[in-house]
Write a new protein. Structure first.
Length: 62
């Protein structure tokens, strides 16, 4: 995993590593950050589709 995440690609790489090591919740959170940093809405949607599950972000909670 990169030491510092600055780009969507960094977060996406970290998300995939977390998914591969059995940490799906962390993978989803990292994928959400990657999607947020992606300017193309279609690509952001594709990223979120790759990492299933509900958002656990505080700001997304009702």
């Amino acid at each position: 995993m990169p030491l510092c995440c600055n780009t969507a690609a960094d977060y996406l790489e970290a998300a995939r590593e977390m998914a591969d090591t059995g940490r799906p919740t962390l993978a989803r959170l990292l994928a959400e950050e990657a999607a947020d940093r992606t300017s193309d809405p279609a690509e952001a949607s594709r990223i979120l589709t790759e990492f299933t599950g509900s958002s656990l972000r505080q700001e997304d909670s009702p």
